[in-house]
Design a protein around this ligand. Structure first.
Ligand SMILES: [Zn+2]
Length: 278
């Protein structure tokens, strides 16, 4: 009867071959899981970063959920600066989503809706201090009309200093409740006013109250916009629909700063490795 030692000697070569095969399979499958960075270093389409688009409304001391206090707003800007964030423009975001164009490290798009005077008076100086630019979606018929909204002169100054002034429609009508004719008028009128007042061809719109549907998105496209922003809470990545871009709304709460941190720090986890949008 063969001893264990004899069996081992007899099958030694097979055992070695089997071991080598297992090792080979393991190496191949490990290689498959890895991103082929060394092979395709310049392939920007593999950029699966999630880009944060923050959305504010008012920056003042009024006790209202849409109002973030200037000192809280400054803490947010400070935090972004400290963590190496770089503010980008809507054009940069659009190019990234549609063509995979490069973005700076830790990109962030800082947006404001409605066009309140406090954006100019309170948010703008703070953002300048930290070297950030922002995007303000204005209700075009409100400027130069209501005292709590910006003037066109202020909008012009912001544009001249790197900010982007874009459309939030002409009168802030909820689009899901408006007729097609009204929606088209809201979209085109605001575009025309921006052209007239700032000499710019605005290509971006933020849906009033964030509500939209595929039909409204198509009307925005037909009106000459190339992208539109919602208030769907998520980060933008290369799977985003450019007519339904996600944002992170920041409101005044019992603990605005804690909520700010939770909202923006949770996002990268949600979007890790190119979360596929539905
Ligand atoms: Zn609004």
């Amino acid at each position: 009867m063969a001893t264990l030692k004899e069996i081992a000697r007899k099958y030694k070569i097979y055992i070695i071959i089997a071991g080598l095969l297992i090792l080979l399979v393991a190496i191949i499958s490990m290689g498959k899981g890895k991103k082929p960075e060394a092979v395709q270093p310049a392939d920007s389409s593999s950029d699966c970063r999630a880009v944060m688009v923050i959305n504010y409304h008012k920056v003042d001391t009024v006790f209202h959920s849409l109002s973030v206090r200037p000192e809280d707003f400054e803490k947010h800007m400070q935090w972004l600066k400290k963590h190496g964030y770089n503010s980008i423009t809507p054009d940069q975001l659009y190019d990234f989503v549609t063509t995979g164009a490069g973005l700076p490290d830790n990109p962030v798009l800082i947006t404001f809706d409605d066009g309140y005077a406090d954006n100019y008076n309170n948010a703008y100086p703070i953002m300048q201090k930290y070297g950030f630019v922002g995007t303000i979606f204005v209700v075009t018929s409100y400027l130069d009309k209501y005292p709590n909204y910006m003037t066109w002169e202020q909008a012009k100054e912001l544009e001249a200093n790197g900010f982007s002034i874009e459309s939030h429609t002409a009168t802030h009508k909820s689009m899901t409740e408006a007729s097609d004719a009204q929606i088209v008028e809201e979209l085109t009128k605001s575009k025309e006013t921006l052209k007239e007042k700032l000499g710019k061809d605005s290509k971006f719109v933020a849906y009033p109250t964030g509500t939209y549907n595929l039909h409204i998105a198509q009307l925005a496209k037909d009106a000459g916009y190339k992208a539109a922003f919602t208030i769907k809470y998520d980060a933008v990545n290369r799977n985003s629909n450019v007519f339904a871009l996600e944002r992170v709304p920041i409101f005044h709460t019992e603990d605005t700063n804690k909520d700010f941190l939770e909202r923006i720090q949770y996002l990268p986890l949600m979007n890790k490795d190119g979360w596929v949008k539905k």
